[in-house]
Design a binder for this molecule. Structure first.
Ligand code: SF4
Ligand code: SF4
Length: 384
C-alpha cells in the first residue's frame, strides 16, 4: 500500500472530509481555552459512519498514557474523541480519563471496550467502566480484540450489545481487531451488526485491507484506525528520524477512515498529532516513511496482515508479536506481559516446541518463532 500510495503524486482527496478553520462542532459552542503561546491546530472533522458523530480526525489513544495533563491538552487542542479500555493499566486508564474529563462529558466522545464472557461478568465490566469513567453512558462500546469472522457475526455478541444500547449504557457499539482485519471488516460489512470498527491500519498494510476498509465504510461502519505508527518507536531510537506525523497523515489520506487514535503519552506527541489535522503528506514525509519502513524491517511486526492465519495449529502468534511490539516500540513491558499472559492462559500456546520451523512466514524479515520464544520469556514461561 505504501509504495502505491506514495507514488501517486496527484492524489485526489475525497470531498467527504470537512476541514473547519473555526470551531463549529455540533458538540461545542467554543473551543476550550488554549495557552496563547501554543500552536492551535486546524480542526478537521469527519462523520463516524452511521453513528453520525462528528469526530476530529485525530483522536487520542489513551491506552499507554498515565498523565492526565496530556488528556487535558488533547481536550484543549480541540480533540473530541478518547479511546480507552477496562484492561488498560488494570482500570486506572479509564479512571484517569473519567477524572480528567469531569465536567466535559458533553463535549467529548468516549470509547471503551468489553470482553466476551458470561452475562453477569460482562454487565459488571460495563458498570465498572461507567463508574471509573464517571459517566452514565459511553458513546461507543466495542468488543475488545475479535479474532474471527464467526465472532463478528455471532448473534450472542449482537444481542448483548443491543441490550447495552437499550439500557442506555452505550450509544453505539462495534469491535476492535489487531489481526485479520480485512476478513473481519468484510464480514462486518455483510452482517451490519456493528456501528464502529477499531482496526490496526498503517502505511505497511496491503491493498486488501484498504479495500475492506472501503467496503465496511460504504456499509455504514465508522472506521477508527489504531496502530497507525506501526511500532511507535521513539525518534531517539531511530537516529532522530521522526516519521510520526507522516504515518498519521498517511492513514488519514484514506477518507474511508473517520479518525485515527494514535497512542500518545506526552504533551509533545499530542501537539504533533493534533497538528496533522487538515494537512497533507509531503514528498519529504513520504521519504521519511520509506526510511521508517527500512528501520522496522526485521525488527517488529507492523501488523501488515501478510502472514495472517498461517499457523496450522491455530497458535495466536500475532499476539506474541504484538506483545513484542509493545515491549520494543512502546517500551511498555507491563502491557507486553499482560498480552502474553492472557494469550498463554486463554489459547494454550505451548505448541511451538513441536515445530522444527515455523510455518508462518513474515514478509518483512521477522523470525516469528524467535519472537514467540522471546515473548514467552518476558513472563519466564518457556513451555512453548
Ligand atoms: S512454530 Fe509452529 S505452532 Fe508455533 S506459530 Fe509457528 S507454525 Fe504455529
Ligand atoms: S509477522 Fe510480518 S508478515 Fe506477519 S503481520 Fe507481522 S509484519 Fe506482517
Amino acid at each position: 500500500m505504501f509504495k502505491e500510495e506514495i507514488g501517486r503524486r496527484n492524489f485526489i482527496r475525497k470531498i467527504s472530509s470537512a476541514v473547519l478553520g473555526v470551531w463549529t462542532s455540533g458538540l461545542w459552542n467554543a473551543r476550550p481555552s488554549v495557552a496563547k503561546t501554543e500552536n492551535i491546530p486546524t480542526l478537521e472533522y469527519r462523520t463516524l459512519g452511521r453513528t453520525g458523530l462528528k469526530v476530529t480526525t485525530v483522536g487520542m489513544g489513551v491506552m499507554n498514557c498515565s498523565d492526565s495533563a496530556v488528556v487535558l491538552r488533547a481536550f484543549d487542542l480541540g480533540i473530541n474523541f478518547f479511546d480507552t479500555a477496562p484492561s488498560y493499566m488494570g482500570g486506572r486508564n479509564e479512571e484517569m480519563v473519567g477524572k480528567t474529563l469531569t465536567g466535559k462529558r458533553d463535549k467529548v466522545f468516549i470509547q471503551t471496550k468489553l470482553s466476551f464472557g458470561n452475562e453477569k461478568r460482562m454487565r459488571d465490566s460495563v458498570e465498572r467502566s461507567l463508574r471509573r469513567l464517571q459517566t452514565d453512558y459511553v458513546d461507543i462500546l466495542l468488543w475488545h480484540g475479535l479474532d474471527s469472522k464467526e465472532e463478528v457475526s455471532d448473534p450472542r455478541l449482537h444481542e448483548i450489545m443491543e441490550k447495552m444500547k437499550k439500557e442506555g449504557k452505550a450509544r453505539f457499539t462495534g469491535f476492535s481487531a489487531h489481526s485479520r482485519m480485512a476478513t473481519l471488516l468484510m464480514e462486518a460489512a455483510k452482517v451490519k451488526d456493528h456501528d464502529v470498527a477499531l482496526v490496526s491500519y498503517n502505511f505497511t498494510h496491503s491493498k486488501d485491507l484498504r479495500e475492506a476498509v472501503a467496503q465496511a465504510s460504504k456499509s455504514g461502519i465508522g472506521i477508527v484506525a489504531m496502530k497507525t505508527q506501526a511500532g511507535g518507536y521513539r525518534k531517539e531510537k531511530m537516529g532522530n528520524l521522526s516519521p510520526h506525523q507522516a504515518a498519521l497523515k498517511f492513514v488519514l489520506r484514506d477518507t474511508n477512515v473517520a479518525l485515527a487514535v494514535p497512542g500518545v503519552t506526552t504533551l509533545e506527541q499530542i501537539g504533533e498529532c493534533a497538528a496533522t489535522m487538515g494537512t497533507t503528506l509531503s514528498q519529504r514525509e513520504g521519504d521519511c516513511l520509506r526510511q521508517y519502513q527500512s528501520f522496522l524491517r526485521g525488527r517488529t511486526c507492523t501488523m501488515c496482515g501478510g502472514c495472517d492465519g498461517e499457523c496450522p495449529k491455530g497458535v495466536p502468534y500475532d499476539r506474541f508479536l504484538r506483545a513484542m511490539m509493545y515491549r520494543d516500540g512502546y517500551e511498555n513491558d507491563r502491557l507486553a506481559a499482560d498480552v502474553v499472559r492472557n494469550t498463554v492462559a486463554s489459547q494454550s500456546a505451548g505448541r511451538c516446541s513441536e515445530c522444527p520451523s515455523c510455518l508462518a512466514v513474515c514478509r518483512r524479515g521477522i523470525d516469528i518463532q524467535a519472537q514467540i520464544t522471546l515473548a514467552q520469556q518476558i513472563l519466564g514461561n518457556k513451555s512453548a
